[in-house]
Design a protein around this ligand. Structure first.
Ligand code: FPP
Ligand code: MG
Length: 335
């Protein structure tokens, strides 16, 4: 099956979609697509078939999301923890990914028509080289599209992502691009694999498990979390509507919490900038007291130079990441 299923909603589904759309809609939805193996067991088919049907359900869900006006979706397709599964199952999941990313490269026109940009979030170096190359080609071939975004978390865990972001900031300090005092919650967010996306509004986990399993821990602090008992390959349009309804019921309080957090971050940054300027005055001042206006000018200059440093660092980081993907993408796929 292709990455986006080409079917229209039925009349009753269209009516429901329109009713839901009268309320606040999530712009970005994340899925932990859990329950493929239990589904396989229930249907007496091989595990591999459970995962294949899991992919087909993803293609169907993407179509529903587009019909509901949800233009960003993030899915947990392969966790770093999944490497600990049996050799046979890991090989099967890697082979499924090979097939689907190869297929994606033949579907460029369809993805262009829908304006789908596919991003892969994770540590690609943990994957076989041919899959790294296929993924890079898929990412490069859709990166100019901007109508909707599918973020596929592959060889991903949140802790690995956060640790990697910390390493990137340490690299920035080592290279003299930023100062250690520039490290902040906001900067860490911009060093995550997900830096080009807004945080998910809604996170859905299927199969009845009530935990996040190291998925988007940083990004979902203010998201509506919905746990549904249905197994992923059996997920339906109605399950999605139910989750959206739960989001709508909590969206006001979530928005308030987000606004408060944003205000808090601004205040924290202001405090950090004032502390840095006070230290500078202490170390480099000539002992004479400075009037309030000069102190304010010094603070403004400090903020401008910090912002410029951070901008250059983030450009360098983006360049490093682009070079990695471009180099992989230009290599012939070695099977
Ligand atoms: C969790 O169910 C699912 C996975 C570990 C794999 C999910 C992958 C897909 C749906 C295919 C996506 C592929 C691409 C290329 C995007 P489980 O195996 O944990 O099942 P269980 O909870 O019943 O044991
Ligand atoms: Mg599971």
């Amino acid at each position: 099956m292709s990455w986006i299923r080409e079917t229209e909603l039925r009349l009753i589904e269209r009516l429901t979609a329109n009713i839901l759309k009268a309320g606040p809609m999530p712009k970005h939805v994340a899925f932990i697509m859990d329950g493929n193996r239990r589904y396989a067991q229930k249907k007496h088919v091989e595990r591999k078939e459970g995962h294949t049907q899991g992919f087909d359900k993803l293609a169907e869900t993407l179509r529903w999301c587009l019909n509901l006006g949800i233009h960003e979706v993030t899915v947990y397709a392969f966790s770093i923890e999944n490497f600990k599964r049996s050799r046979e199952e890991v090989d099967g999941l890697i082979e499924l990914a090979r097939q689907k990313f190869s297929r994606l490269l033949t579907e460029k026109e369809n993805l262009e028509k829908h304006g789908v940009c596919i991003r892969v979030l994770g540590d690609l170096t943990l994957l076989p080289e041919d899959l790294q190359q296929l993924i890079a080609k898929a990412v490069v071939s859709t990166r100019a599209h901007n109508k909707c975004f599918l973020n596929v978390c592959f060889a991903y865990t949140s802790r690995h992502e956060i640790a990697n972001a910390v390493k990137e900031m340490a690299w920035g300090v080592e290279q003299g691009l930023i100062k250690s005092s520039d490290v902040s919650e906001g900067l860490l967010s911009q060093c995550l694999y997900s830096s080009n996306s807004p945080n998910p509004d809604l996170l859905i986990r299927t199969s009845g498990e009530v935990r996040l399993s190291d998925f988007l821990l940083w990004q979902t602090s203010y998201s509506c979390l919905v746990f549904q008992s249905i197994l992923w390959p059996e997920y339906s349009f109605w399950n999605l509507c139910d989750a959206i309804l739960q989001y709508q019921l909590s969206s006001q309080s979530l928005q308030k919490a987000r606004d408060l957090h944003k205000e808090d971050q601004v205040l924290q940054q202001m405090e950090a900038d004032r502390t840095c300027v006070t230290e500078l005055l202490h170390h480099h001042g000539n002992g004479k007291p400075m009037d309030a206006q000069s102190q304010e000018t010094m603070l403004l200059n400090y903020i401008a130079s910090r912002e410029e440093r951070v901008r250059c660092f983030l450009n360098a980081l983006q360049h490093k990441r682009d070079t990695f993907i471009n180099d992989l993408s230009s290599q012939a796929v070695i099977a």
